[in-house]
Design a protein around this ligand. Structure first.
Ligand code: FAD
Length: 379
């Protein structure tokens, strides 16, 4: 087998971006992935003409023009704008919290009325907590109540957050919610970023563009034949789990996971929106994603007679299931620092991406990070 400048472990956005840049610079690169496909978590499966986001809904958004131009050089993006809807006990509310939400909740129509209503509720909470000698929020519930008041917390935050974390809001630390943005304009666009959209034809097109002309092997686990993989390249870009790389010698990092239940319905339009959050505690899933709305608009929705939905259930993580969200609490962050210290003894291994850095990264920051690490490494 050949010898490579770089072995890239993982064909997700981080690995594919790094591999692309290295290949452009004339380096020899091999990308391996343990899954049977490229793309990591942005992989889409085409089901009856609909691109299904197999590992959770992905909406690309960024303020970084360099990153936006970079991704658009591989595939054109559509005009999809994320405007999720919340279903609380059958009543619908727009998200993020904005004048539409406040109208739906209180039938008020002006920003002044909305500000007054929220301030009144926050004041009431502060007063009650102070009466009990509490000046600083002790948990997520108190933090959220102090930020947005009772009505929004009870209907749109409490149940959803408890399902997400599998714990009561009173048992969750306050730092999880630092800010809860409220907008006093009628604007349901979830993101504030300048650029937003979905690749036309799906995310696989983006990955195919990044990996074009690069040697790849899927279904190949680095740990299946570690000695072999380590021997065939001068440098390794590792985008798997950092604790696994070191054989869990210091302990396991913890995650939250998500289970997806997929259904095909023989109707053209199931819920009229890509994302509907279920915010009450009684419904076990957190969201329903209807995938066609990411890429079909207007008359095209009815032209496609079926639809695919995914119900998302937030779950505890254990070895053997997908690690989705790092739990960056004190214990895990401390453990991460210890792994980072021993990682320094492996200067020819770059630990990058969400699993190797044990950090939640959106897609655009993942690309930014891969580009900047690549540039640093070339110096
Ligand atoms: C549910 C969910 C929803 C999200 N929604 C959004 C969104 O709307 N917008 C947004 O910007 N971002 C979103 N993200 C974040 C986005 O998924 C990440 O930014 C992106 O996937 C990070 O890419 P990565 O290459 O670091 O990791 P990954 O995509 O996870 O790729 C890592 C790859 O490494 C492979 N691998 C791991 N270990 C090994 C091994 N031992 N041997 C071989 N291969 C291995 C894996 O199979 C995988 O293919 C979401 C994330 C989740 C979990």
């Amino acid at each position: 087998m050949s010898h490579y400048d770089y072995l890239v472990v993982g064909s997700g956005l981080y690995g594919a971006t790094f591999a692309h840049l290295a290949k452009q610079a004339g380096k020899s690169v091999l990308v391996i992935d343990k899954r049977p496909h490229w793309g990591g978590n942005i992989y889409c499966e085409n089901i009856e003409g609909i691109n299904v986001h197999k590992y959770g809904a992905h909406i690309f958004h960024t303020n970084n023009k360099e990153v936006w131009d970079f991704v658009n050089s591989f595939v054109e993006f559509n005009r999809y704008t994320n405007s999720p809807v919340a279903n609380y006990k059958g009543k619908l509310f727009n998200l993020p919290f904005n004048m539409n939400t406040f109208y739906q909740m209180w039938h008020i129509t002006t920003p002044e009325e909305a500000q007054h209503k929220i301030e009144e509720q926050r004041e009431e909470i502060r007063r009650k907590l102070l009466q009990n000698g509490i000046a600083e929020p002790r948990n997520l519930e108190e933090q959220a109540l102090m930020l947005v008041g009772t009505d929004i917390y009870e209907a749109l935050i409490k149940g959803y957050t408890e399902k997400q974390w599998g714990r009561k809001c009173t048992e969750l630390p306050a730092f999880i919610i630092k800010r809860l943005p409220v907008r006093f304009v009628f604007d349901n666009n979830y993101f504030n970023d300048r650029y937003q959209g979905i690749p036309i034809g799906g995310y696989n097109k983006l990955i195919e563009g990044l990996l074009y002309g690069i040697e790849t092997i899927t279904g190949a686990d680095f740990f299946g034949d570690r000695n072999h993989w380590e021997s065939i390249a001068d440098n390794i870009v590792f985008t798997g789990k950092i604790d696994e790389f070191f054989n869990y010698q210091l302990g396991h990092l913890e995650y939250r996971s998500v289970r997806f239940e997929q259904e095909v319905h023989e109707i053209p339009n199931y819920q009229g929106n890509a994302v509907v959050n279920y915010t009450d505690a009684e419904i076990a899933y957190t969201r329903i994603i209807e995938h066609k709305h990411f890429e079909m608009f207007g008359e095209d929705i009815a032209k496609c007679p079926h639809t695919v939905i995914s119900k998302e259930y937030s779950t505890e993580w254990h070895n053997g299931i997908e690690p989705y969200y790092p739990i960056n609490d004190e214990r895990n962050n401390q453990l991460l620092e210890e792994y980072k210290t021993i990682a320094k003894q492996r200067p020819n291994v770059i630990f990058g991406g969400r699993l190797a850095e044990y950090r939640y990264y959106d897609m655009a920051p993942t690309i930014e990070q891969a580009i900047s690490t690549y540039r640093k490494y070339q110096k």
